[in-house]
Design a protein around this ligand. Structure first.
Ligand code: GAP
Length: 506
């Protein structure tokens, strides 16, 4: 199914490989004419629901959330203070034969049960082979490679995380893309920040980084926002923007890329209320994802284990992830959003490194303190992928064998206006309707190809409604509305069309 979605994205103009004509560049993607609208629609929905019309608190009062658009490049000290320079790394291993680099924590190793039960080191002496794979690799791929290379069945093996393998055993492992043993190096920490240079002089002082998260732009502006708005805690600062990570293994289409977009809220509150707010935001965000149209049965909530917590979230309520079952998630789910309790880690660090006080003066209790932070942080580009995967609906009855079931509010095209025949009068009337509707909705006008092909195309791009104008329309001043999902057609007077579409779309 993932293959069909990726090819649809290219064929219909949702997502293209970046630098496609040069063979592409791994981990970078371009959003085509439909993809950019879909992404903007999701972005606008988040901004509306978080900044313009944020949720109500338990007493029914609207929360206060202020918007921000900070620079992608900040002073390098920002990343020193946040811990990204020292701790924002993934363990990576290199294959000396193929020069391919893997994230060690995404690899699993199949070690013969006999060797494993006797302690892994024994394999070093006997020279018995073990096999490394990506953790999401399909069982049949694993089985056939193992069978081919050592004539054993996969049941004879024990599956173990690469990171748990004894160092001395590495020379017995066959890397994912090779057939020889011993080509993998031991894991090394690899910093994920992209380095660049600022200014004309190239020396160590000119080094800067592309932001790996939008969050730090919010923390370093905490005082500016507080002073300029006189906001009182609890309140939030929200930002949507690009983030960059030099991912060791960008994978699964736009799921893990090197350039992506985040939608982040930093919610500043009293320490004693942080865990209640974390629960509040978890609930709010869960219903936001459902409202985006994702099936509830494909959404999951997961609490981070202590050892996987990010360096900033190792205290307080930890992190809860909202996950989605993508076609590549196998038996499990994959992360859409993390809701972290960052405690006062970031503001305290910026206060320490910059020397500028980051405290909030609470008039009500006559105290100064650094607020605690709850951070709902989600990926916009990951949301696009979830929406695409969720919308893809196979149905033999539809002309293309499938349709894209986008919620009308985020569909890249709301309405297609389709004159049934190439006839002057029909064309004139159809264009009149088009000009009227485009004042309110995202509308296309299409008069080429058979009506069947035009319906098929609109099913593929997820247009919820097609309006068809025919000879009868000239007589009766009525048109047909075709529903994308049911393919049912409704005849309606032109005078009621816009109102009827409003009811159907919003
Ligand atoms: N400020 C906290 C933070 O950045 P994160 O879990 O590293 O936390 C938040 O990232 C969200 O950003 C993730 O839940 C995911 O949706 C998105 N994201 C992270 N890395 C990504 C990547 N390489 N490609 C696409 N989206 C990514």
């Amino acid at each position: 199914m993932m293959g069909s979605i990726v090819s649809l994205c290219k064929r219909r103009g949702f997502v293209f490989q970046a630098s496609d004509i040069y063979g592409g560049i791994n981990g970078f993607w371009d959003y085509g004419p439909l993809g950019v609208v879909l992404k903007n629609n999701i972005r606008n929905l988040w901004w509306h629901d978080m900044v313009e019309c944020p949720p109500l608190d338990k007493k029914g009062n609207p929360l206060r959330i202020l918007g921000l658009d900070s620079s992608i490049i900040q002073h390098p000290s920002v990343w020193e203070a946040s811990g990204h320079t020292s701790s924002f790394s993934d363990p990576m291993v290199d294959c000396k034969a193929t020069k391919i680099r893997y994230r060690a924590d995404q690899l699993v190793v199949y070690v013969s049960k006999n060797i494993w039960n006797n302690g892994c080191n024994i394999g070093v002496i006997t020279g018995e082979k073990a096999f490394a794979f990506f953790e999401e690799e399909e069982e049949k791929v694993v089985s056939s490679k193992i069978k081919k290379l050592c004539r054993k069945n996969v049941e004879d093996f024990h599956r173990v995380l690469f990171m748990d393998i004894d160092l001395s055993f590495y020379k017995n492992i066959v890397a994912p893309d090779t057939t020889e043993v011993g080509t993998l190096t031991a894991p090394k920490a690899f910093n994920l920040m992209f380095e660049t240079r600022v200014g004309a002089v190239v020396d160590e002082k000119s080094v800067a980084y592309l932001r790996p998260e939008t969050a730090q732009g919010i923390f370093v502006n905490f005082k500016n926002v507080l002073d300029s708005t006189k906001a009182k805690i609890p309140f939030g600062i929200a930002q949507i923007g690009k983030a960059f990570r030099n991912e060791v293994s960008p994978r699964n289409f736009i799921f893990r890329s090197r350039e992506f977009e985040q939608m982040e809220l930093e919610w500043f509150c009293h320490k004693g209320e942080a865990e209640v707010w974390q629960e509040f935001w978890l609930e709010q965000r869960l219903s936001w994802w459902k409202n985006l149209g994702l099936d509830a049965s494909r959404i999951n909530i997961r609490r981070h284990e202590q050892e996987e917590l990010a360096h900033y979230a190792r205290g307080g309520g930890g992190t809860r992830d909202i996950e989605y079952k993508f076609p590549f998630s196998g038996e499990g789910f994959s992360e859409l959003e993390g809701i972290a309790h960052r405690c006062d880690y970031d503001l305290a660090q910026h206060q320490r490194v910059s020397g500028v006080r980051q405290e909030y003066a609470d008039q009500a209790i006559g105290a100064k303190f650094i607020p605690h932070v709850i951070e709902p942080s989600s990926g916009l580009t990951r949301a696009v992928l979830a929406v695409l995967c969720n919308a893809y609906t196979e149905d033999e009855a539809h002309p293309s064998g499938f349709f894209m079931n986008f919620r009308p509010q985020i569909a890249p095209v709301n309405v297609a206006v389709l004159p049934l025949q190439l006839h002057e009068g029909i064309g004139r009337l159809a264009r009149e309707i088009f000009h009227e509707l485009r004042k309110k909705y995202i509308v296309t006008y299409e008069d080429k190809q058979s009506i069947g092909k035009r319906y098929a195309k609109n099913d593929e791009i997820g247009t919820p409604y097609c309006v068809t104008i025919d000879f009868d329309s000239l007589q009766n001043m009525d048109v047909t509305i075709r529903d994308r999902n049911t393919m049912k057609q409704e005849r309606i007077g032109m005078a009621y069309l816009s109102e009827r579409l409003r009811g159907l779309l919003w």
